[in-house]
Design a protein around this ligand. Sequence first.
Ligand code: 13P
Length: 289
Amino acid sequence: MGIVSTTPMLKRAKANKHGVVAFNVHSFDSIFWVLEAAADLRSPVILQTTVGTVKALGAKNIVEVARVASEHFQVPTGLHLDHCTDYQVIKEAIRAGYSSVMIDASMYPFEENVARTNEVMALAQSLEVNVEAELGKVGGVEEDIVVAEEDAKKAVPEECKRFVELTGVPTLAPAIGTAHGIYKGKPNIDFKRIARIAELVDVPLVLHGGSAVPDEDIRRCVSLGMAKVNVSTELKNAYSAAIREHFASHPNSLDPRAYLQKAKEAAIEMAKAKIRLVGSENTVVPAFA
Ligand code: 13P
């Protein structure tokens, strides 16, 4: 089975009015944990890595481990490069076998964002690699991409339409009020804006900053056409907390299998909750069953 393109996966999700969770993975173990959760729930899933994770683990290694794990668990698996500003890293990920890449040129003026996205489209599309681009600016911290609250900017619906026309990008991440990381208060999601964007733009939309967003808000975003829901912070917090708890009660623990088992259980529980939340449980098409 291996790694599959996320373009048809997300189109199908949008048509069937459910989401697909894209979990940021930071270690080889977490690839297995996420895929075990998806397989248990018979759900498609997307693994995504930041540029920092590519640098830490190696694009080829990530692809090989993801391929082996997806074959083991028999689950449709997308592999996506998250928030990349560097064309060379995008090229490296595509060459290694990623099935989707994000070119994040949201910090540039509209025309430059279009030009940078088109450069990646030219490389990716002939290889059936999905491309995601961002409009507006999602606030918060995603590793070395830091956007202060006052610099966050919501996407303009008419610009989204024009952007998709000019680039042909198959997935679009419009900033609509969520932020990366855990919120201080309740996120102020602009549902009207999402509805307007979805009216003007046919492609599946991507929700960044999916952690700690109230469940009913996630469901509403998905129902409005946000087919890819990114979750990073909550997943890594869940398994890091489990490891911390293990060492608090077993300070001299030496066996990685003991603390990684706790991490695994916490990660699987969190991943399952998010998969159920977006409604992708039991949506694996028969060919994959
Ligand atoms: P969170 O860390 O808020 O879940 O955001 C994840 C994300 O959007 C990755 O691009």
